[in-house]
Design a binder for this molecule. Structure first.
Ligand SMILES: NC(=O)c1ccc[n+]([C@@H]2O[C@H](COP(=O)([O-])OP(=O)(O)OC[C@H]3O[C@@H](n4cnc5c(N)ncnc54)[C@H](O)[C@@H]3O)[C@@H](O)[C@H]2O)c1
Length: 286
């Protein structure tokens, strides 16, 4: 994209973490920003932060797991700004635990938000991006979309799916003479956000029916993850990498290049048709 000045950027999950940083980052580049999130209070706070910075913006409460809600977001964007140039399908939730301990509602919630959220975003916004003079669509996956470690079954499945969708879209749009739409996928390592409290947005009908208090091993794992996230990368640094990738039309956005060794470790297992093992510093995890 040659400039972000006066372009229209939509960010889902803009009420917190990476999404809030993306909204602030696009506004700082002169874009008009549409902030979308399911959580009304934090969404309003993010809007205030963007407008306090002098940016032109609107907030639209959206549940990305609901096709109609995302379609309404696209309509509201076009109604307010007349076009859309950048779409960041970033909203997501974290859900941990061993596969043997998952209830079907655990799978459903994570897949609904993380995978269907991206599908809905692509479905509703791609026609508008194709109609714009230039466009870019990104989705936030994770390193968990490239390496499947233990303790994150539904999350890994959702993020591998997101990488697959965006990679497919990249190939299709690159071969489409009528499209000037770039594609990126963000695969972050650990970032300092509110992801460990994702349950705050879990719908009542998808709550677990089983034991409400986590078992001691799950509690210990959650505490480890919370400590890692608290020491994670600043979301503003991640947003800056995404904005660079949009400007330079780069597909892969890896916030933590040290994870390339973990991805290579997995690829080696495939290449040599030997059974997967965990990369050194992942072993002993769950
Ligand atoms: N924080 C990390 O370490 C990390 C690492 C890899 C990938 N990610 C991914 O980054 C993305 C952003 O997460 P974050 O870390 O900033 O967490 P966060 O919890 O700070 O922000 C996520 C936002 O998504 C919103 N959201 C949740 N469910 C939603 C729904 N159904 N519809 C609309 N919005 C919804 C939340 O309200 C929240 O504002 C997610 O896709 C996450 O999986 C995060």
């Amino acid at each position: 994209m040659d400039t972000l000045q006066d372009r229209v950027a939509v960010v889902t999950g803009a009420g917190s973490g990476i999404g809030r940083a993306l909204a602030l980052g696009f506004a700082a580049e002169g874009a008009k920003v549409v902030l979308a999130d399911v959580e009304e209070g934090t969404l309003a706070e993010s809007l205030d932060l963007v407008t306090a910075q002098g940016g032109e913006a609107m907030a639209w409460q959206t549940d990305v797991s609901d096709a109609g809600s995302v379609a309404a977001l696209a309509e509201a964007t076009i109604e307010r700004f007349g076009a859309v140039h950048v779409v960041c399908n970033n909203a997501g939730v974290g859900g941990g635990g061993l596969i043997k301990d998952q209830e079907l509602v655990d799978w459903k919630w994570v897949i609904d938000v993380n995978l269907w959220g991206v599908i809905h975003g692509v479905h509703s916004f791609l026609p508008h991006l194709r109609a714009a003079d230039q466009g870019h669509i990104m989705a936030t996956a994770s390193v968990a979309g490239l390496v499947a470690g233990p303790g994150l079954g539904p999350y890994n499945a959702s993020k591998f799916g997101v990488v697959a969708i965006m990679e497919t879209l990249h190939h299709e749009l690159a071969a489409d003479p009528d499209s000037d739409v770039g594609v990126s996928v963000l695969c972050p390592g650990v970032v300092r956000t509110n992801i460990v409290t994702s349950q705050r947005n879990r719908p009542a009908e998808l709550q677990r029916s089983g034991e409400s208090a986590p078992r001691a091993d799950a509690r210990a794992r959650n505490e480890r993850i919370a400590a890692a996230v608290a020491a994670g990368m600043d979301p503003g640094d991640v947003a800056a990498k995404v904005i660079d990738a949009v400007m330079e039309r780069r597909f892969w956005v890896l916030s933590h290049p040290e994870h390339l060794a973990d991805i290579e470790h997995r690829n080696q297992s495939l290449h040599s048709l030997t059974n997967p093992t965990l990369p050194g510093r992942w072993a002993g995890g769950d």
